[in-house]
Ligand binder design. Structure first.
Ligand SMILES: Cc1ncc(COP(=O)(O)O)c(C=O)c1O
Length: 419
């Protein structure tokens, strides 16, 4: 005898709902349509690639192998078997999700271990993990300064710093890129508590901040200095701050586990007092689900790898320098790398797009970076080398640029990023 159907069956059986265009109010329909059209016409419409493979030095898209030249997986650790097996073991032991914010449902031991290891890496007393580097910047800045305070921000800082500054309600003074005189002028007029915030390696221009001078300025004016080491950690040793001998002189070092460390998660390395304060007041920490255990275990394994194999960072940098010199010899307008980022300036978005398409036909994935990520007129290919690229990859890439260099006729110089 078959069981009687229950009235709950229709709720518990998965229903397949046919896709329908969502009914949007007319005003929204027109707004979204108009904005999308404008982006397409300006050559700024972005599409998302689907990779059929892991993000190694080469990737497979639509069955075709391409050299990956635009990834922040600088050391090649995202696919390293040691990280993968650490993540698998952690998933088996602790599961794949954290379930809630750490303040709500607790941490695994991995959270504390990783915070301790990152504090050691950065030579700080304490460290606090966030769900991503973006969340670390937004939450930290917004928790530290409020209306009545002042935050000084380099014009080329990452969007997450810009958004944290805006969210804080503090007065934001954007100083021209690396301009110490302008920063000092702003410091002399600043009100309330003062925070200075800068990338160490700038993500789109690949250059570095004048950190030693900023430390001196911050000391002179009693300002708090926060340095974002997202693109330096693991590439320039443990970061630009320690490599310049400035550990202990930069009160807040922010970083991310999503680039050289190959996994995911942001962190702030600072004093116990400051980290404890952030545990109480950083909204992106306590209103956000904790990082999942496999990701934490992968990052812990990454820290072991970079301790044992510092040559990975050195190789990623050396390949960037080789690529830069090769591009300059071809007469192209590349910017000198300080880590593993080589921006190739193209100017108008269409030029960057046509160069990216030509490279793609040759089997190289190097996506065009266009406004609003960079200022209008400074579209570029942001080329990133990985420790796992071979010498033959770099030689082939330079051959391809030699064939396509005539596509770029009007290389501009970089200018200020809108904040
Ligand atoms: C300088 C800088 N800071 C912070 C972030 C954000 O890090 P995440 O990708 O981990 O959110 C990025 C990401 O590109 C970055 O370039």
């Amino acid at each position: 005898m078959s069981p009687q159907p229950s009235p709950l069956d229709s709720l518990t059986q998965p229903q397949s709902i046919p896709a329908q265009p969502s009914a949007l109010p007319q005003v929204w329909q027109s707004f979204l349509h108009g904005q999308s059209q404008a982006l397409v016409q300006a050559g700024l419409w972005r599409t998302i690639e689907t990779l059929d493979s892991a993000p190694g030095p080469t990737v497979t898209i639509d069955g075709r192998e391409l050299i990956l030249l635009c990834s922040n997986n600088y050391l090649g650790l995202a696919t390293d078997p040691r990280l993968v097996s650490a993540a698998q073991a952690a998933a088996a032991r602790y599961g794949v999700g954290s379930g809630a914010s750490r303040l709500l449902s607790g941490s695994t031991p991995l959270h504390g271990q990783l915070e301790q290891r990152l504090a050691q890496l950065k030579g700080s007393e304490d460290c606090l993990l966030f769900g991503s580097g973006y969340l670390a910047n937004v939450g930290t800045i917004a928790a530290l300064v409020q209306p009545g305070d002042t935050v000084l921000s380099d014009r080329l800082n990452h969007a997450s710093i810009i958004d944290g500054c805006r969210l804080s309600g503090a007065q934001v003074v954007v100083f021209p890129h690396g301009d110490l005189a302008a920063a000092e002028q702003a410091l002399s007029q600043a009100r309330g508590k003062v925070l200075i915030v800068t990338d160490s390696v700038f993500s789109m221009d690949g250059d570095v901040a004048p950190l030693a001078e900023l430390v001196t300025l911050a000391d002179r004016y009693g300002a708090l200095l926060m340095v974002d080491e997202a693109h330096a950690t693991g590439v320039i040793g443990h970061g630009l701050v320690p490599s310049l001998g400035l550990s202990g002189r930069v009160p807040i070092v922010m970083g991310t586990c999503s680039k050289a460390l190959g996994s995911l998660g942001g962190f702030v390395a600072a004093s116990r007092l400051l980290c404890d304060y952030l545990r109480q007041r950083a909204r992106t920490f306590f209103f956000d689900t904790a990082l999942p255990p496999p990701v934490l275990a992968a990052t812990l394994a990454a820290l072991d790898v970079i301790a044992k194999e510092p040559e990975r960072g050195i190789r990623a940098q050396a390949l960037a320098t080789r690529l830069y010199h090769g591009l300059v010899q071809l007469g192209l307008s590349a910017l000198p790398p300080r880590a593993a980022i080589v921006p190739l300036m193209c100017g108008p978005a269409e030029l960057a797009l046509s160069l990216a398409s030509a490279l793609r036909r040759d089997g190289i994935l190097a996506l065009a970076v266009r406004p609003p990520t960079v200022p209008p007129g400074t579209a570029r290919l942001r080329l990133c080398t990985m420790a796992t690229h071979t010498d033959a990859h770099i030689a082939y890439i330079l051959d391809c640029f030699a064939r396509h260099k005539d596509l770029l006729r009007r290389p501009p110089t970089p200018s200020a990023q809108p904040q």
